[in-house]
Ligand binder design. Structure first.
Ligand code: FCB
Length: 441
């Protein structure tokens, strides 16, 4: 891959998130539901947490030097709500504002366009106490928080996204119980999924009123593959697809939810949900795709949505995720043709975890380079087919806290030794220095 194969103004970036890298114990941040989730036995591998993580809080300048040296144009980072407003609403932590201010200037000094995400999963515990995403007031709390932080750094943002991966915040965290707050309850799920979208729209409106531009939504997608062509399994895969890939896009771009999801969730949605679509569907300027893999789905007995996810035959990453670049092409085209219809699309996350080790000062992650190449190829085909794909962020800049899987899943282009905090650029990072060398912008 190299730049010349993409449109002239195509942006290449790397992505991270606050809790996964910063070191939450520094700088007066409040407790979050990830701290308490991790402190509860059985939730996270070795009960690992983000208190120190990559200590990016202190190392950000050197970390940004690595991004700039490799020739990237932009950096996708997230802001920790509890660092800015420790209790979620009320008193503001000036140290938190100062930190994101320094971070922003450090990006700009290195020619990196700041691409902010307001929420990448660490909800302030004080809001969790009030029901978190289940409480309808979260839309207002989130809007207020967006104003506080953007009053400080909004003048220098290239783009701002609201809530990273609504499916994970809603379904994975309230139905599957795999992420904080670890609930497994359909009523909680329905409410969380709806309130996430209300919060998204409220924050977009508030930031728009402040004069901010380039506001977007970031959703994750997983290709839904029926295990065979029997009608029951095809129908189960369609339900999975609707829940995962169509609910949030439907709300934002069609101002309605798919029937296949309402079938199971309608009775659990909050009263008056039908009246919220003007907020939910407020226009955005771009949309982001986070894409990693596909799932193999078959029908199951029992309760809705009556499906199981089963292991598939394709090559897998360290996460056990099947490598399926065709899915990226499918989602870019689907997003453009059925939902976003012309506004710019970004791949806001794509990458793989690999059991990387440093040997003689080097990390040979050829598998990651191959993974990325195959997904860049899918993106090129989508661009050739007319999709307005404007940029591509690799997950992730460096190895970090992979949520419930702790520190052992390595997604970085840069290796991190979590004992010493030493960074070692992997061969994939060197690959980018070569591919992005001719900076045209
Ligand atoms: C995405 C998350 C990101 C990281 C990658 C592997 O779902 O947004 O924080 O965990 O997966």
């Amino acid at each position: 891959m190299n730049r010349s194969q993409f449109p002239d103004d195509f942006l290449f970036g790397v992505a991270t998130s606050a809790y996964q890298i910063e070191g939450h114990k520094f700088g007066g941040a409040g407790s979050t539901h990830w701290d308490t989730f991790a402190a509860t036995p059985g939730n996270v591998v070795r009960a690992e947490h983000g208190q120190l993580a990559c200590n990016h809080y202190h190392n950000y300048e050197a970390d940004f030097d690595l991004i700039a040296a490799a020739g990237f144009d932009t950096y996708r980072f997230s802001i920790s709500w509890a660092r800015v407003i420790p209790d979620g609403f009320g008193a503001v932590n000036q140290d938190g504002l100062d930190y994101y201010d320094r971070l922003t200037d450090a990006m700009l000094e290195r020619g990196l366009k700041p691409a902010a995400t307001l929420y990448h999963w660490e909800l302030p515990s004080a809001l969790d106490d009030l029901g978190g995403w289940r409480n309808p007031d979260i839309a207002k709390w989130f809007g207020d928080y967006a104003e506080v932080i953007m009053n400080r750094i909004g003048d220098r943002m290239f783009s701002v996204a609201t809530i990273n991966e609504p499916w994970c915040v809603g379904w994975l965290s309230h139905f599957l119980g795999a992420h904080a707050p670890g609930l497994r309850d359909i009523r909680a799920t329905a409410r969380a999924m709806h309130h996430i979208l209300c919060a998204h729209g409220t924050a977009v409106n508030r930031m728009r009123d402040m004069g901010l531009k380039n506001l977007g939504a970031v959703c994750n997608f997983e290709f839904s593959n029926p295990t065979d062509e029997t009608p029951e399994n095809v129908a189960a895969a369609a339900r999975y697809d609707a829940i995962y890939n169509r609910f949030f896009m439907g709300g934002i771009f069609h101002k309605k939810y798919p029937d296949l999801v309402l079938e199971g969730l309608e009775q659990h949605l909050p009263k008056g949900w039908q009246d919220d679509f003007d907020v939910i569907g407020t226009p955005v300027d771009w949309c982001g795709i986070n894409y990693y893999t596909r799932s193999n789905i078959r029908a199951a007995k029992g309760a809705w949505p009556n499906l199981d996810t089963v292991e598939g035959p394709l090559d897998k990453t360290q996460m056990g995720w099947e490598i399926y670049p065709e899915g990226l092409y499918e989602f870019i085209m689907r997003m453009h043709n059925e939902y976003t219809k012309g506004i710019p699309i970004y791949v806001t996350e794509n990458g793989m975890s690999n059991a990387d080790v440093v040997a003689n000062g080097e990390v040979n992650d050829a598998a990651r380079i191959a993974y990325l190449e195959s997904h860049f190829d899918a993106a090129k085909i989508a661009i050739a087919a007319g999709a307005p794909l404007a940029g591509y962020y690799v997950w992730s800049l460096m190895d970090n806290y992979e949520w419930a899987l702790g520190y052992e899943k390595r997604f970085g282009l840069v290796h991190v030794d979590f004992e010493t905090q030493v960074r070692t650029p992997k061969n994939s990072m060197k690959y980018f220095s070569e591919a992005l060398r001719q900076k045209i912008k």
